[in-house]
Write a new protein. Structure first.
Ligand code: NAD
Length: 291
């Protein structure tokens, strides 16, 4: 079993670090929050009082941080300063493709191997160890990261070179944001045309309008499997995080010169929804504003 530094023990990282400890690894955990550190300790990790100290003698470094700026800072101040050059560096945060590539290049310049490995699946999947990881990096780096990722997820897929994991993540979530809005619109129009939500679901879920947003994550309460819609849009995937991913997708589209008009519109609609100042809700709650 390996010694691992785990930096960022929030909603997602807390459960992920716990699963590495459960798999028998020696997890050296650090977060700026004392509460997060205490929870990691209770879950079998060893709390450490600085990111630099957590790097001592590790085989792997896992980061699960809010955004690219946090990742760059932790890499510059702690990982590159104190991790052994042989450690495999695994960033699971959702960040922009450009930063992911920059961090990997900096690692390479120091003779270190790095992968970007963002996740699909929310807090419950992080806790249950059923995340999907999409991994960007060399074949060799992927092979080294894979056993650690497998202890935290049920699918680990090599997407390509550095940045490819983040590219897959934001393309997937751009598609999800746009299909969720389209699904909400279809239900609202169906209602206004006199169709019962259940009837429309029964038809569309076996017709060409079918999507994950409809059959696995239906935005209408009481229809389809249990979803955040059945709990007043609490839990699930926060609309603010969907907006974060859509903004990353729009930045990437601009940088790559790709036309993404539906993604742009989805970003506008989620910007308006999140900006309404209501308490945090699941991203399927956008149906409320369409109504
Ligand atoms: P979070 O805000 O709950 O956790 C982030 C943690 O990082 C916090 O505990 C914070 O204290 C810590 N942190 C910030 N800067 C730090 C530093 N310099 N050193 C040490 N710790 C630091 O966020 P989260 O929901 O766990 O999300 C983490 C990442 O996962 C984000 O990039 C997010 O987009 C992505 N993600 C989240 C979900 C979800 O459902 N929450 C799903 C998929 C992907």
């Amino acid at each position: 079993m390996a010694r691992i530094a785990f930096i960022g023990l929030g909603n997602m990282g807390g459960g992920m670090a716990a699963n590495l400890a459960k798999a028998g690894h020696d997890v050296r955990a650090f977060d700026l929050s004392a509460d997060a550190l205490a929870a990691a300790k209770a879950a079998g990790c060893l709390p450490i009082d600085s990111a630099v100290a957590a790097m001592d003698g590790v085989e792997a470094v896992v980061t699960m941080l809010p955004a690219g700026t946090h990742v760059e800072r932790v890499y510059a101040d702690a990982v590159f300063a104190a991790a052994p050059p042989s450690a495999i560096l695994i960033d699971c945060s959702t960040i922009d493709v450009a930063t992911a590539r920059r961090v990997a290049e900096a690692a390479q310049a120091k003779g270190m191997m790095a992968v970007d490995a963002p996740v699909s699946g929310g807090i419950a999947a992080a806790k249950a160890g059923t995340l999907t990881f999409m991994v960007g990096g060399s074949e060799q780096a992927f092979r080294r990261a894979e056993p650690f990722l497998s202890a935290m997820g049920q699918a680990v897929i090599h997407a390509g070179g550095n940045g490819a994991g983040q590219a897959a993540k934001i393309c997937n979530n751009m598609l999800l944001g746009a299909t969720m809005i389209a699904t909400c619109e279809a239900f609202v129009l169906a209602e206004k045309l006199g169709l019962k939500a259940q009837t429309f679901y029964d038809i569309a879920s076996v017709s060409s309008g079918q999507s994950w947003s409809m059959t696995k994550y239906c935005p209408v309460p009481g229809v389809g499997p249990e979803t955040p819609a059945d709990h007043d849009y609490q839990g699930g995937f926060a609309a603010a995080l969907m907006l974060k991913d859509l903004k990353l997708a729009m930045q990437a589209a601009q940088d790559a010169g790709a036309a993404t008009p539906m993604g742009e519109r989805a970003a506008e609609l989620y910007t308006a929804f999140v900006g309404e100042g209501q308490p945090p809700v699941d991203f399927s709650g956008i149906i409320r504003t369409l109504r």
